[in-house]
Design a protein around this ligand. Structure first.
Ligand SMILES: NC(=O)c1ccc[n+]([C@@H]2O[C@H](COP(=O)([O-])OP(=O)(O)OC[C@H]3O[C@@H](n4cnc5c(N)ncnc54)[C@H](O)[C@@H]3O)[C@@H](O)[C@H]2O)c1
Ligand SMILES: O=C(O)[C@H](O)COP(=O)(O)O
Length: 544
């Protein structure tokens, strides 16, 4: 059974798949204080939050069983994603599920500000019939500057066009072609400042966007400009905004999000030219059902089948790429497990080289699976694909990844080399079309071995009779040999033998092997999860 804790106001309808699932127990605690949350968080495998619950590094110290933190929405700034990553906890969100709600709220705020609807409403319900104080402005033929042309910015631009507005958009990813298709103009921030009558913000809050609209930017804007922020507090410097409104330069602002929430600053709340809502951008019945439904379904997938779609702290892959990369991902972990056993030490340096078809692919996840394979030998279950790179850094291990154009004789080839002091171990592997995964290089020896649970690596003199001696000794101990491969670099020098076996070797057999004349070393190499490893899905069993 998996226990899911739901804090914040999350839609019951959206949580239906979790409520109905026989393997999940859902508990709602929408009004917990930090101390209370800290005391219970250790019982849960999954946590669902909106923007109100602060999932801090301190809280996560108590979250011993937690595997997934789900943000029923977009922004994850209330979650310490680094701390979650360090603990191997997946952070997921529901990008896109509240796009329409935030878009419509942006337009509602723009229209309300333009026609002073909240101010007029307040006076009217207060008993005054004031038809003189609320002469608004029209949107028609005005210029709207959209900063951040992602999902919400794009939808806002499309709808604003239908009001007859001219649209300018700024986004590092906005191309001339896309802007043209949308019937708008790609602009610089300065052009938006100079020409816009309304400026709406739709970026995340990042180091780059924090205080993007500050005194300096405001000084470049057109007199009478109006701002809308339904993105994140802090992108507009609130003090600078108030100064510009008081100076009569900025005509108004419509704010849904604030530097500090709940907002209490009278300079914002008592200003007749500023209208506010309490972070309501995503608060529609439809959006709330959708965000809760998306994260509920994903929690079930992650905990039951270890498949991840929208993780914030994992490299993303399209379904098609994931399917294409699947055999390499499975092999990559085994390559990592093998190389660390070969070195017999925790490495201080890792080198990963990709060749052939792999240089065209997104290999970030593959790199992580190799690193997970290496680290799990010493760190065991505490390593997963989420925290592998973080743990590597923590251990002070450097790693370098290269994609090479040179031909290694295979359509695809990955080589992992790890070093400790003067010792290095190397494994080369490929996926052969129609034949599956193969280990094709151990240190400098060429071989051809299918990854199996139990392997025996023998280093011996390249002299007649060695294969027979090893085979008959294993027979004496009732150990069945699956396959046997030999490799050598020079005739008569040192050679290697790699055998796949039906069961694990005991130290006694290893000792007996080393007594064979001409045999320099025998090492048992064990691979985890070989049987469950090749059937198909992205392997994340350590997250379970
Ligand atoms: N008020 C609410 O309730 C509410 C609801 C939903 C989303 N949001 C917020 O709205 C914002 C936009 O959400 P989205 O779903 O459209 O995200 P998105 O990721 O689809 O789009 C964000 C865009 O911002 C752009 N961007 C990043 N840095 C930029 C910069 N320095 N200058 C210009 N553009 C930059 C990115 O390239 C991207 O295209 C986010 O901050 C999100 O958290 C708020
Ligand atoms: O990032 C988001 O999804 C929005 O800010 C909505 O936040 P909320 O779920 O707390 O309303």
């Amino acid at each position: 059974m998996f226990k899911v804790l739901v804090t914040d106001g999350i839609s019951d309808t959206g949580l239906k798949s979790l409520f109905d699932h026989p393997n999940f127990i859902v508990e709602r605690q929408p009004t917990l204080k930090f101390e209370e949350l800290k005391n219970i968080i250790g019982d849960y495998e999954a946590l669902i939050v909106r923007s109100q619950t602060k999932v801090s590094a301190e809280l996560l110290q108590y979250a011993d069983k937690l595997k997934v933190i789900a943000r029923a929405g977009v922004g994850v700034d209330n979650i310490d994603v680094n701390a979650a990553t360090g603990k191997g906890i997946i952070v997921i969100n529901a990008p896109g599920a509240n796009t329409i709600a935030a878009t419509e709220h942006t337009l509602a705020m723009m229209l309300s500000m333009a026609r002073m609807i909240p101010q007029a409403h307040k006076k009217t319900v207060g008993g005054e019939w004031d038809r003189n104080s609320f002469k608004g402005v029209e949107l028609y033929k005005k210029t709207l500057g959209v900063i951040g042309m992602g999902k919400i910015g794009t939808e806002v631009a499309k709808r604003a066009k239908s009001f007859g507005m001219n649209i300018l958009g700024y986004d590092p990813y906005l191309t001339e072609e896309r802007a043209e298709k949308l019937g708008m103009k790609k602009a610089s921030l300065d052009l938006i400042a100079r020409e816009s009558d309304f400026i709406t913000i739709h970026t995340p809050l990042t180091n780059d966007t924090k205080g993007l609209v500050n005194d300096e930017y405001l000084s470049k804007t057109k007199k009478g400009v109006r701002f809308i922020n339904v993105a994140r507090g802090g992108i507009i410097d609130e003090k600078a905004l108030v100064r510009a409104i008081q100076a009569g330069h900025v005509a108004g602002a419509a704010l849904d999000v604030f530097e500090k929430e709940p907002v209490a600053d009278p300079a914002l709340l008592d200003n007749p030219n500023i209208i506010v809502t309490p972070h309501l951008g995503a608060s529609t019945v439809e959006a709330q059902e959708k965000v809760a439904q998306e994260v509920s379904e994903e929690i079930i997938e992650i905990l039951e089948t270890q498949s991840i779609r929208n993780a914030v702290n994992m490299p993303q892959m399209s379904g098609e790429t994931q399917q294409k990369m699947q055999p390499y991902l499975l092999l990559g972990e085994h390559v990592g497990q093998l190389v660390v056993q070969l070195l017999k030490h925790a490495p201080s340096k890792i080198e990963i080289n990709y060749y052939g078809d792999l240089i065209e692919e997104d290999t970030e996840l593959l790199t992580r699976t190799m690193i997970k394979g290496i680290l799990s030998y010493h760190l065991s279950d505490s390593v997963n694909l989420i925290n592998a790179l973080h743990l590597l850094k923590e251990q002070g291990v450097s790693y370098n990844v290269q994609k090479n154009a040179s031909n290694k004789g295979f359509a695809n080839y990955m080589e992992l080399s790890i070093t400790k002091g003067s010792e290095t171990a190397k494994i080369g592997a490929t996926v052969l079309n129609g034949y599956g995964a193969r280990i094709v290089k151990i240190n400098d020896y060429r071989i051809d071995v299918r990854p199996e649970s139990h392997l025996l690596l023998v280093k011996h003199q390249d002299v007649p009779g060695m294969i027979g001696k090893v085979g008959s000794l294993l027979g004496d101990y009732q150990i069945n040999i699956g396959t046997m491969q030999v490799g050598r670099t020079t005739v008569g020098g040192e050679a290697i033998m790699v055998l796949t076996l039906d069961k694990q070797l005991t130290p006694e057999v290893i000792r007996a092997l080393t007594l064979i004349n001409g045999l320099n070393e025998a090492q048992s190499l064990e691979l985890d999860n070989v049987d469950s490893f090749y059937p198909g899905r992205l392997e994340l069993e350590k997250i379970k």
